[in-house]
Ligand binder design. Sequence first.
Ligand SMILES: O=c1ccn([C@@H]2O[C@H](COP(=O)(O)O)[C@@H](O)[C@H]2O)c(=O)[nH]1
Length: 224
Amino acid sequence: MANRIFVALDTPDLDRARALAQKVRHHVGGIKLGLEFFCAHGPSGIRAIEEIGLPVFLDLKLHDIPNTVAKAVQSLAGLAPAVLTVHASGGRAMLEDAKAAAHPSTKVVAVTMLTSLDEDDLAATGVAGSAHDHVLRLADLAREAGLDGIVCSGAEVKAAHAAWPKGYFVVPGVRPADGELGDQKRVVTPRMAADHGASMLVIGRPITRAENPDAAARAIAATL
Ligand SMILES: O=c1ccn([C@@H]2O[C@H](COP(=O)(O)O)[C@@H](O)[C@H]2O)c(=O)[nH]1
């Protein structure tokens, strides 16, 4: 199986992003670029990283009315990212329109519940019940809207995969057993995420903040 690790290059510095990508390229399967990088460099920055030759996951977590999201997705279609995110809570029409506007080769996946949130945070937003149920409900919505998959934590991916065997499951909040959590709350090890059905493991700081990012990526890949 191809390397499922996508390294999250969360930096506004293009040279640093490029240098990190070059360092770890032999031990990851792709690169994740998100808001921090995109707000600083836009489409030309994405193209610069795409030149490295690895698949790019564009994690913009789009969330707005259906027309606005569809037009944004259309504007990104020329970049043909391997994977693009929208927020599941945008609702069914937004999800359907996002998928229809995307490049045919792009997997559009819906963020369910951010891995930086726990059930107290969920309750504070007015959603009663467990993280597990919330994620599975939004996974159903994404599947019914014709999306390719979801983003969820490693704690829910096994159940989500069982309910949607052909889905594509992106799992961030991945930490080696002794890793610092930072702002992540729903966390699993790389091995657990992989064993429980993750299609992609998104790993940022445990690699990018390591003294030797190449060695860190290699060590994590060796556990899978
Ligand atoms: O629920 C989510 C959705 C996206 N992310 C993104 O993944 C990486 C994780 O980085 P780490 O440094 O490994 O914590 C980051 O880019 C987030 O924007 C997420 O963490 N949780």
